[in-house]
Design a protein around this ligand. Structure first.
Ligand code: NIG
Ligand code: FE
Length: 426
């Protein structure tokens, strides 16, 4: 029952379409094809929370708003959640990318000082202030592209001091930017050059020093921990960390209160999915070469499958994660940019949706749920964000098109016209 009359801070009314993506838990199977679209709808916000939504005439009749937005001809939808980014880094890899286009093999690029280690060098040299200065414009662009919550990983420091500097830079962004930010320690991204002849020694350093220190720092200095706990990630792959090392690292993280997650099955299926599921990982990410058996394991779990089609696109490969089979099997599927300088210099969830629809054959509805409600569950915060539901955080996008499918149908432009974050308009 509506109250006769209700005050609210903001009323967005007359939307051609309002898409809720509402769900009590992560979406699976047929639910992925439902977006909860209402025609000629309105949504009301008070104190940063959604307080009412429904047919525009009904809501307008009961809500007295301090401020109103006429969304005629537009689509209103939940803010995008980007659950996997390497947003903080210094420099770029544009020269390396051009070499790859000319067919120079990956190992030659590595030998020439390219790859993750080249970004590590630039990142170590930048310092906290330099990292913030370089990352802030990227975060601004992501926000304008509709990302209202994003995860940021370390992983280009690869020493105790430089990994902590990356956490500090991310924390400064979290303190100063309207976008909600969740932090992930990815000290085990690759072995740094100083441990080249002793990779096991680097794993020891991560487990014995970097993880405990990062946990202490988070406990005592990270003021933004209201957005979610610190997570621990590892790149489980040939030439990175094997399953036993990955397990040791994620276990150590868990001991220190960090949520486990994993870069897994990007090029090689080593068995990391099974291991990560046994540890209760919040998400398994990449999954380009995941086996049907591991897909079935994922489907049986609460772990979200995060796929990253912008990586396959950027690498000019055909090896997309089998996202349709994941949905058919019953996995909770999410999409993410994987924004990073090496494999996905991509700041746009809509472009990720566009790629996923064309090459992974997702429907626009599946792609949207994968960028909103399921992406929120991939960060363990689906109870608070990721859908338009009464009581949830008022993170709302107004899109310059009358139907949500335009977000994936059009590409190369940004249809997000306005971003409402915690009820505030940007
Ligand atoms: O998610 N796969 C490992 N890490 C990143 C790439 C990092 C880089 O090349 O700088 C990824 O694809
Ligand atoms: Fe990544």
């Amino acid at each position: 029952m509506f109250h006769l009359y209700m005050d609210c801070d903001l009323l967005i009314h007359s939307a051609a379409q309002l898409v809720t993506c509402a769900s009590p838990s992560s979406k699976r199977g047929a639910a992925m094809r439902e977006v909860g679209a209402l025609a000629n709808a309105a949504i009301a916000v008070s104190d940063g929370q959604i307080v009412a939504l429904g047919p525009s005439d009904d809501i307008r009749a009961v809500c007295h708003a301090k401020h109103s937005i006429d969304a005629s001809g537009k689509t209103v939808l939940p803010g995008f959640i980007d659950p996997h980014t390497h947003l903080v880094y210094a420099g770029d890899r544009v020269a390396e990318w051009e070499m790859k286009l000319r067919g120079v093999p990956y190992l030659d690029i590595l030998a020439a000082g390219g790859g993750i280690v080249s970004t590590m060098r630039a990142t170590r040299a930048a310092g906290v202030a330099g990292l913030v200065a370089q990352a802030k414009p990227r975060l601004d662009t992501m926000f304008r592209n509709g990302v209202t919550t994003c995860e940021i990983k370390t992983g280009y420091g690869l020493s105790l001091a430089a990994e902590l500097a990356m956490l500090q830079a991310s924390e400064q962004l979290a303190q100063t930017h309207p976008c909600d930010i969740l932090l992930t320690l990815l000290a085990a991204h690759t072995t740094p050059p100083e441990f080249k002849s002793d990779p096991g020694g680097y794993v020891d350093l991560v487990v014995e020093r970097i993880i405990p220190q990062a946990a202490l720092w988070f406990e005592h200095e990270a003021k933004s921990n209201h957005a979610g706990p610190l997570a621990c990630d590892v790149f489980c792959e040939n030439h990175a960390f094997d399953v036993a090392q990955s397990q040791r690292i994620l276990r150590a993280g868990k001991t220190h209160g960090m949520t486990p997650k994993i870069h897994v099955d990007q090029f090689t299926s080593l068995g990391g999915v099974k291991m990560a599921l046994e540890l209760g990982a919040v998400s398994c990410d990449h999954l380009e070469v995941t086996t049907p058996e591991d897909r079935a394991r994922l489907a049986q779990s609460n772990t979200v499958a995060v796929v990253l089609p912008a990586v396959t696109f950027h690498l000019g490969s055909q090896q997309f994660a089998n996202a349709c089979a994941m949905i058919d099997d019953g996995c909770a599927l999410a999409l993410s940019t994987d924004l990073n300088p090496g494999s996905a210099p991509c700041l746009s969830p809509s472009l990720v949706m566009a790629i996923a629809c064309r090459y992974q054959k997702l429907s626009p509805a599946e792609a949207l749920n994968a960028c909103t409600i399921n992406a929120a569950h991939a960060l363990g915060i689906g109870h608070r964000v990721g859908s338009l539901e009464i009581g949830k955080q008022a993170d709302i996008l107004i899109v310059a098109a009358p139907d949500y499918r335009h977000l994936a149908y059009q590409f190369g432009n940004n249809l997000v016209e306005r971003v409402i974050k915690n009820g505030r308009e940007y």
